[in-house]
Design a protein around this ligand. Structure first.
Ligand code: SME
Length: 162
């Protein structure tokens, strides 16, 4: 799988953020907007093989919109469990270059080799996260992290109301 070279990515990221703002503004409701976000990320970035948004529900993360080759069985993850639960607990972005070398990893797909998880905040509280799986080792770097943190800020207002 080819990755955009580093110099090209700021432009691709800026362009994607503009596309996301438009898609969110034009969507009929927050759930549709959140689905458009994962769909657009999947279309634009070939190394984002599976993308899901999890929302915090009490002490769990619950899967919202997702796109990718397969559904995951991990539709509800306790905060503190897995790479997803670690990022929700700490409020820090997790970049895992080799999921099989990380004892926290909860396996979803045989094809996954690396993962990035970026918290979504409302003020100081983690209200969800963006989880991206990659089928290459080390698919994600700090540029993906900074980009997905900007995406997370766009997504925060789309949290379903209880
Ligand atoms: N791998 C994640 C679980 C979610 S699936 O990747 C969709 C984890 O370790 O928390």
């Amino acid at each position: 799988m080819s990755h955009p070279v580093a110099e090209e990515r700021p432009a691709a990221h800026g362009d994607a953020l503009n596309g996301l703002r438009t898609a969110i503004a034009e969507a009929p409701d927050p759930a549709a907007a959140a689905q458009r976000v994962v769909d657009l990320l999947h279309d634009r970035f070939a190394h984002y093989d599976w993308i899901g948004i999890y929302w915090v529900d009490g002490t769990d993360l619950v899967l919202g919109p997702w796109i990718g080759p397969e559904a995951t069985e991990h539709t509800r993850i306790p905060i503190g469990t897995g790479v997803c639960g670690a990022a929700a607990e700490s409020g820090r972005t997790e970049i895992v270059a080799d999921v099989h070398a990380d004892p926290r990893y909860l396996a979803c797909f045989a094809s996954t080799k690396s993962e990035i998880v970026v918290p979504i905040f409302d003020g100081g509280d983690v209200i969800g996260e963006i989880d991206v799986d990659g089928s290459d080792l080390g698919a994600f770097d700090e540029m993906d992290a900074r980009f997905l943190e900007e995406v997370a800020a766009l997504v925060a207002p789309l949290r379903p109301r209880a």
